[in-house]
Ligand binder design. Structure first.
Ligand code: TYD
Ligand code: MG
Length: 452
């Protein structure tokens, strides 16, 4: 075998060198030289989608090839109705969150309906996969397990088998023999993904790649991976809670607003048709510091309880802690409460928790968090039948949010009767139900008067 040539390229400025250097001679940046494959001129053009000439957009054939419906409904929904043939899908998530479990369920679903599915694992033994499949109650003849990390062997096998779907668990354990660096290194991950991309586009066989995430929460390996693939999904959740959320970060075949909600059970991941009801099941009614928020998880409304505990500090520096909510936003909201509402919070510890292990990253959570802090500080409970939503600005104003109707409708089906919403949303609200009392507020002070 001829030795393939590689070179080291600076990821900042593109300067190259034949040997590894700690510091780039071009721009002087440290640790940016990454090994890359030197491609022959003929391969450099990359993938050719088809050999067509420019033509009028009216003449383009728009008949779509049917998607593979996996039978895992939440997964299909996030993808926009199933797996598109020839799609390269990247799924990221923390270790142990359930990526392998999810894809094994998807693999079983696809193999039942469409024939062979090739599940390639570089992390676990075939016996481990079998034990997991038994646990999920999904053992079919069409599900092929292949323990291999050499990408060239994998692609050869996939070309021979012509499966309906290929799964790579995980990209960090795969290596291409063309590159000398270890599996999991940036250049290996990128090269392996590039090869898989060429394979899916040439064969039309959809492929899902599992990727680990770094401490910062990005898929390990270069950002470039996300540009190469068609779909990027993130699987998230708190490990100690049963809820898992599948979100699309990028989707060339559908919307990125959809999200799938699962619960991790003894027998695998199950779909949760009504998460709000479960999330609010253990809510203490009429306790100070508890406020219900109508939150949008993509296009889906969820009711989440926000809890706050404020108590006088016994240290020099008060402690502030947020679980499931942005820490800096909590500090900002406390500053607004001090300055605009006149609450003396400087010597108070404050803890905020979004119950159920959800990460509440939406601006609409500002007002409920502010009201929960105020409620705990004053030791006065917020009316338990009230749902709160709204963004808070630095002058203490309450700003408009999106999809107020959908949120109100979801809360109304669960029996909530009172709503505190931004005044701006009140003017174009198209809900005419006499039994609901909807209060529009312009500032945090007004909101506080409205909820007790
Ligand atoms: P796994 O799919 O291995 O996670 P990942 O591939 O993302 O690292 O799943 C990890 C956890 O899921 C494991 O700790 C056990 C739990 N689990 C269940 O609770 N029920 C099940 O049926 C299965 C298969 C796993
Ligand atoms: Mg795994």
């Amino acid at each position: 075998m001829t030795k393939t040539k590689t070179k080291f390229v600076c990821q900042e400025c593109g300067a190259d060198s034949s040997k590894w250097l700690g510091r780039c001679p071009g721009c002087g940046a440290w640790n940016t030289m990454i090994e890359e494959l030197v491609v022959k001129k003929t391969d450099a053009a990359g993938i050719r989608l088809s050999d067509s000439k420019p033509r009028s957009i009216r003449d383009v054939d728009s008949t779509v090839t049917p998607r593979l419906v996996t039978g895992v409904r939440e997964f299909d929904r996030v993808l926009g109705g199933g797996i598109v043939p020839g799609a390269l899908i990247l799924i990221g998530g923390d270790p142990g969150i359930g990526k392998s479990t999810l894809l094994l369920q998807v693999a079983a679903g696809v193999s039942e309906q469409y024939g062979t599915v090739l599940y390639i694992t570089g992390e676990e033994s075939a016996a481990q996969i079998r034990i997991r499949a038994e646990r999920l109650g999904k053992i079919g003849n069409n599900l092929l397990v292949f323990t291999e990390n050499n990408l060239e062997t994998i692609i050869n096998e996939a070309v021979n088998q012509k499966p309906a779907f290929v799964i790579i668990d995980s990209i960090q354990t795969m290596y291409s023999a063309d590159i000398a660096s270890a599996p999991g290194s940036v250049s290996q991950v990128r090269e392996s993904t590039g090869k898989l991309l060429r394979f899916t586009k040439d064969s039309g066989i959809p492929t899902a790649i599992i990727g680990h995430v770094t401490k910062e929460g990005n898929i390990a390996g270069p950002r470039l991976l996300e540009h190469m693939v068609d779909v990027v999904l993130y699987f998230e959740g708190e490990r100690n809670y049963a809820f898992r959320v599948l979100r699309a970060m990028k989707n060339r075949f559908g919307s990125t607003n959809e999200s799938g909600i699962f619960s991790m059970e003894e027998s695998g991941l199950t779909e949760v048709p009504n998460p709000s009801r479960i999330l609010l099941a253990e809510r203490p009614q009429g306790a100070p510091g508890s406020v219900v928020l109508a939150y949008m998880e993509g296009v889906r409304p969820l009711l989440i309880e926000i809890q706050a505990l404020v108590s006088t500090t016994c240290f020099g520096m008060p402690r502030r802690m947020a679980v499931g909510f942005d820490y800096n936003r909590l500090i900002m909201l406390m500053a607004v409460l001090e300055k605009r509402v006149g609450m003396m919070l400087a010597n108070q510890d404050a803890y905020v928790n979004a119950v159920g292990g959800f990460k509440v990253i939406e601006p609409a959570a500002d007002l409920p968090v502010a009201l929960a802090i105020a409620s705990s500080f004053r030791n006065a409970a917020v009316d338990p039948e009230t749902v709160v939503m709204g963004e808070v600005g630095l002058t203490g104003e309450v700003r408009m949010i999106n999809r107020a109707e959908v949120r109100i409708a979801e809360a109304a089906t669960l029996g909530f009767k009172r709503f505190v919403i931004p005044g701006g949303n009140l003017t174009n609200l198209k809900i005419c139900r006499q039994d609901l009392s909807i209060v529009g507020v312009g500032s945090v002070c007004e909101a506080m008067e409205a909820v007790y």
